[in-house]
Design a binder for this molecule. Structure first.
Ligand code: ASP
Ligand code: MG
Length: 283
């Protein structure tokens, strides 16, 4: 690639970070990429976590005291990955996860007592998976000798509107990201799915929003390219759950891909490509 700032943004979906095997593969991709380009990593929550949080919030709203169980399950799942892939950092990183687990526990218990969550509190509950995952992924990368640090996307990306489905602001995101660059770690590991409003309050980009995070960040960094890593081999010609003969598209224009996403293709969030502004997006 000849144009661009030299940055490459790599986004890993939930299944790409959920098991030690998948996470090991993701680490290999990051290691390879950062030898050749300045790399930023965007991660979503471990597979299934956001949906579990959504269900927990609903259960809590119906008076079920689920906080302790939810926090306990999340603690075990993230610690297991740490012990498998970042043993030297497992203890220290597990400590960093505690305040995040405590916060979701407290919010769910409050909701169960009939203290209705505000939209912003609800957004915090749903963002818990990403807030935890970045620390685990950064620890695993650091264990491999890479200078990775967890970064909260509120420091870089701007979106406005309701806390649960905010509209990205590419111009404001570029400005915030460019300011952040002065202090950026060598290998930032950024939370997908969430952004900051004008006051850096937490807002969400909608379900599946980590792809939007990746292209929004790619455009803010004027990246050479954005790579969206998922558990599919690419953009398929049909839904593989309905059509076993689905093939991988060999080449897709941004317009065709955006049309597929609008028609409901699960692999891309419909806003993903609109935000890319001509930056190549590879799936
Ligand atoms: N974790 C969020 C979700 O499940 C965002 C994402 O995965 O893209 O919707
Ligand atoms: Mg996901």
């Amino acid at each position: 690639m000849t144009s661009g700032s030299g940055w490459v943004v790599l986004k890993f979906g939930g299944t790409s970070v959920a098991s030690p095997r998948a996470l090991r593969r993701a680490v290999a991709v990051v290691a390879r990429t950062q030898r050749e380009a300045r790399t930023a990593v965007v991660v979503s929550a471990l597979a299934g976590v956001t949906s579990a949080l959504e269900a927990a919030a609903t259960a809590a709203a119906h008076g079920k005291a689920v906080g302790a169980a939810v926090a306990g399950r999340l603690r075990r799942r993230h610690r297991k990955l740490l012990h498998a892939l970042a043993p030297a950092r497992a203890r220290e990183t597990a400590r960093v996860l505690e305040p995040i687990l405590l916060a979701v526990h407290a919010r769910l218990d409050a909701a169960a007592l009939g203290i209705r969550l505000t939209a912003s509190e609800h957004a915090h509950v749903l963002a818990t998976g990403e807030l935890l995952a970045v620390h685990v992924v950064a620890a695993v990368l650091a264990e491999r000798g890479l200078a990775a640090s967890a970064v909260d996307a509120r420091a870089l990306l701007v979106a406005r509107g309701g806390p649960l489905e905010a509209e990205p602001d590419p111009a404001a995101s570029r400005e915030r990201t460019q300011r952040w660059l002065a202090l950026a770690p060598a290998l930032p590991v950024v939370t997908g799915f969430l952004a900051g409003d004008d006051d850096k309050g937490l807002v969400l980009l909608g379900r599946g929003g980590s792809d939007v995070s990746a292209t929004l960040l790619g455009s803010a960094l004027e990246a050479n390219r954005v790579e969206l890593w998922t558990d599919t081999p690419g953009v398929l010609t049909a839904d593989p759950r309905l059509e076993p003969a689905a093939r991988v598209h060999s080449g897709l224009s941004a317009m065709e891909a955006a049309r597929l996403a609008r028609l409901g293709a699960r692999v891309l969030h419909p806003r993903t490509l609109e935000l890319a502004h001509g930056i190549p997006v590879l799936v």
